[in-house]
Ligand binder design. Structure first.
Ligand code: ZN
Length: 160
């Protein structure tokens, strides 16, 4: 496995704002990409990563909101959502910035696993947010586009 370079908003907008292409064949390159993305996410203490965040314009996502339980999504689609939540969110491609987003409370995603098998997974709360956040990346969207951003100066002063 190898740690990949993270794309940063304001510097790498060409890839972060790109619409990623579906994976049509799960090759060794895609398997390696999944492994490298997991290593990169963990090395940066992230709980999710989309392929364009490491410069690859493919619909591939890894998520780890529960330590040791990596969810790999190839060509993911949201097939159901319910409820609403307002929580703070950050992004490895926007270091040091946080904002409050409105997301569904429960989200069901359909995707392929690394063997090419279709599966569905439902997440609540943090996992539901991670699904929305990472799938948005694949369409060139950043959480900060629709968030109430928290002033970083206030944050660093420890104020409210
Ligand atoms: Zn992100």
């Amino acid at each position: 496995m190898a740690k990949l370079k993270l794309m940063i908003l304001g510097k790498d907008d060409d890839v972060l704002r790109a619409h990623c292409r579906p994976v049509d064949q799960i090759t060794d390159r895609i398997i390696r990409l999944l492994d490298d993305m997991t290593e990169t996410m963990r090395a940066n203490n992230g709980c999710g990563l989309a392929a364009n965040q490491v410069g690859v314009l493919r619909r591939v996502v890894v998520i780890e909101v529960e330590e040791g339980n990596v969810i790999e999504l190839i060509n993911p689609k949201i097939v159901a959502m319910a409820g609403e939540q307002h929580e703070s969110e950050g992004c490895l491609s926007l270091p040091g910035r946080w904002g409050i987003t409105t997301r569904p409370k429960s989200v069901t995603v359909r995707a392929l696993n690394r063997k090419g098998e279709e599966f569905e997974i439902t997440g609540q709360d943090l996992l539901a947010r991670a699904f929305c956040h990472e799938l948005d990346h694949l369409d060139g969207k950043m959480f900060s586009d629709n968030a109430e951003m928290i002033d970083p100066d206030k944050e660093s002063r420890g104020g409210n």
